[in-house]
Write a protein of this length. Structure first.
Ligand SMILES: [Zn+2]
Length: 365
């Protein structure tokens, strides 16, 4: 009995030693290998039924929404290739964009791409293409490289919006969209959001002061530019050239976009049946509508770029009335934004109005 016990104890001890040696060898092999790729499959990739359910749950919010996807660079523009020369940003952008298009189409959205192969498209044409299809949302996909040529350490995920708060041409909905995409993309990639930003979203003025990115500056719809990860960071570059990881990136962007659209976008309409306004009135009427309630103190009215308090908002009928009796000049630009209770802003309503000498409006265009 004792002998048997001893043998069992010995066997147990031997198996512990074997496991220990196996673990040490595995760790040593793991440390010495340069081909390890570190990423985690999202829940929806590990359990395909979850992916089907997620897409099904959001189909209602994406139905008929026109999404314009812009894979950056391509064709003659293939400069960012990482330090090892094999991480071609233009190709990775395209890979992610094509998978994103696939997910969006499964969810009932109408998808347009500035390119679906390796070809040269000017920045001007990218914006024009989005306009020509009357897209609702513009998403430009890029991968980053550091300013310093020998910087092998920097890596993070960031999402850019045009202009910055306080500027007339800052449209808060772009920041809203950037936040939603950035949150889910960074989470899917398990990356941080980079320095000098609380949530990983950035004004494009950080890169081009008072100018911003061309495709964002010239967008007439909510628009963001994603810099997903750095081609120049060794571990990140190994992931970026893995097609499965590109699918994870696309899934992160898709999730953020779905959740943004579910949060609702307020719409502002001029309440008139034609563009000719009764010449005897001294107020302008607009409706602000959303599937959720509007936050009254989120409303901003600018007349000729100056914030105005000469308005009232009725929460019961969603009617915004702007007094124009103080206006003196003939031509004025009116710009209105408002947010719903989820904090999502409308795209600005911006129109030129004409006031004739006796302070009544002749027309609107
Ligand atoms: Zn780029």
């Amino acid at each position: 009995m004792v002998t048997v016990l001893k043998n069992k104890a010995l066997q147990k001890s031997n198996s512990f030693i074997s496991i220990f040696i196996f673990l040490i060898v595995s760790i040593l092999i793991g440390c010495s290998s340069s081909k390890d790729i570190y990423y985690e499959l999202p829940l929806e990739f590990r359990q395909p039924q979850k992916k089907i359910e997620f897409i099904e749950n959001y189909r209602h919010y994406l139905k008929g929404i026109k999404i314009f996807i812009d894979p950056g660079h391509g064709g003659n523009d293939r400069k960012n290739v990482g330090f090892e020369g094999n991480v071609v940003e233009a190709d990775i952008n395209l890979n992610v964009a094509l998978v994103l298009a696939e997910y969006l189409r499964e969810a009932n959205a109408d998808v347009y791409l500035s390119r679906d192969k390796d070809t040269t498209i000017t920045l001007e044409d990218r914006s024009k293409m989005a306009d020509s299809v009357n897209a609702d949302i513009f998403i430009s996909i890029h991968h980053n490289a550091p300013g310093a040529a020998d910087d092998i350490w920097t890596n993070y995920t960031s999402t850019y919006y045009h202009s910055k708060p306080g500027n007339y041409n800052f449209n808060p909905i772009n920041n809203d969209l950037a936040k939603y995409i950035q949150r889910d993309l960074a989470y899917a990639m398990r990356n941080s959001g980079g320095p000098y930003s609380f949530d990983g979203t950035y004004s494009d003025y950080i890169i081009y002061p008072s100018d911003g990115f061309y495709v964002l500056r010239n967008s007439k719809i909510p628009a963001v530019l994603i810099e997903s990860g750095f081609t120049t960071h060794h571990n990140e570059s190994q992931r970026l050239i893995d097609p499965l990881f590109n699918r994870i990136e696309a899934w992160g962007i898709f999730r953020g976009l779905c959740r943004f659209l579910k949060a609702g976008i307020p719409k502002i309409n001029f309440e008139s049946e034609s563009d000719t306004v009764n010449a005897n009135i001294n107020e302008l009427n607009f409706s602000i509508t959303d599937s959720l309630n509007i936050i009254p103190n989120s409303i901003t009215v600018r007349i000729d770029s100056i914030l105005s308090n000469d308005y009232s908002f009725n929460e019961k009928n969603n009617l915004l009335i702007i007094d124009i009796f103080k206006l003196e000049k003939d031509e004025h630009i009116i710009k209105i934004t408002a947010a719903n209770i989820n904090g999502i802003h409308s795209f600005p309503f911006e129109k030129e109005i004409f006031v004739i000498k006796n302070k009544t409006i002749k027309g609107i265009k």
